[in-house]
Design a binder for this molecule. Structure first.
Ligand SMILES: NCc1[nH]cc(CCC(=O)O)c1CC(=O)O
Length: 327
């Protein structure tokens, strides 16, 4: 189902300003619309090209089933189908929702500067994680977050939830609130302009983020070489290096281990130029066992750093962390 919405007008006199509006496919959620509009505006500012948003409904939007059941690709496949059918010219994905394998006919033309990749707590009464009383009800959807919350040993009542960012925050702050706190990606809250409701941004030592969290992937048809070139103006090299390292780690682990995986790469200036510091963790679903390791290297070796860290994690027994808690 397709429906056209807002159009950001370019300045036809600017470089590359000729031609029809580019069609940007987006999901209809507030978060998807916000991040698509940000990319549309950035592209129009940088190139003068007009961009129109085209709403695509995905199976993930239609279903109330837990994401774990639907599979990670559910938000992505409808957008990719629209790209392949030439109904849209490009799409903006939350990078962490993309499957790790390359698509044979599609290309990630740009990875813009990432938002803060950390997870955030929204709790009642301004409470932090440590201030929540024993037995407090805390909601989150991701097995990675559930496992790490258990690992903290705070005796929290962890409740699986799903839904969009607004409805999850409403479970704590809304009129029918039924939870003491929820854990969400800070980036999603920020893109909706709701950071004032965050009561604690979680230290990655306590809650290591998902690979590529906070980053966007701008995707178009690989054969659309003019557009590949145009979109590249939005690429941010340090973010690309960080995300490449995190996702290479995830891709390698997927072959050998199905336990919750977390990763976070930071770029810092080292003695010999920029360095990547990649941290990775694999946690058993009940939080009883966790393997946390790190590696450093140069941004040019981002993928190799990720693969090597995954190999280290597997050597340390990452593949044995699954299953012991299955009911
Ligand atoms: N799992 C859904 C999803 N995909 C991307 C984000 C947040 C924004 C981002 O990480 O870029 C979210 C919500 C969340 O995890 O709280």
């Amino acid at each position: 189902m397709i429906e056209r919405t807002e159009r950001s007008e370019g300045h036809a006199s600017m470089r590359g300003g000729s031609g029809a509006a580019l069609r940007l496919g987006t999901r209809g959620s507030a978060l998807a619309l916000a991040q698509s509009q940000m990319v549309a505006d950035a592209l129009t500012t940088a190139t003068g090209r007009a961009v129109e948003l085209v709403r695509i409904q995905t199976a993930g939007d239609r279903s109330a089933a837990p994401v774990a059941q639907l599979g990670v690709g559910v938000f992505v496949s409808a957008l990719r189908d629209a790209l392949l059918a030439d109904e849209i010219d490009f799409a903006v994905h939350s990078y962490k929702d993309l499957p790790t394998g390359d698509h044979p006919r599609l290309h990630i033309a740009a990875i813009p500067q990432r938002e803060d990749p950390r997870d955030a707590l929204v709790a009642r009464d301004g409470l932090t994680l440590a201030e929540l009383p024993p037995g407090a009800a805390i909601g989150t959807g991701a097995v990675r977050r559930i496992a790490q919350l258990h690992a903290l040993g705070l005796q929290l009542e962890v409740t699986p939830i799903r839904g969009n960012v607004d409805s999850r925050i409403a479970r704590v702050l809304g009129p029918a609130a039924d939870l003491d706190a929820v854990v969400l990606a800070r980036a999603g809250i920020a893109r909706l302009g709701r950071t004032a409701e965050i009561t604690e941004t979680l230290d990655p030592m306590l809650m290591l983020p998902a690979p590529a969290q906070g980053a966007l992937a701008i995707e178009c048809r690989a054969g659309d070489t003019d557009l590949v070139e145009l979109l590249a103006v939005l690429d941010h090299a340090p973010t690309r290096a960080a995300v490449t390292a995190e996702r290479a780690m995830l891709a390698t682990l997927e072959a050998g281990c199905s336990a919750p995986v977390a990763a976070h790469a930071e770029l810092a200036e080292g003695e010999h130029g920029d360095e990547i510091y990649l941290r990775g963790a694999v946690i058993s679903p009940d939080g009883a066992r966790a393997i946390r390791l790190s590696r450093t290297g140069t941004p040019a070796d981002a993928a190799e750093i990720g693969k090597a860290l995954a190999a280290d994690l597997l050597d340390a027994g990452a593949d044995t962390l699954m299953g012991s808690t299955e009911k």
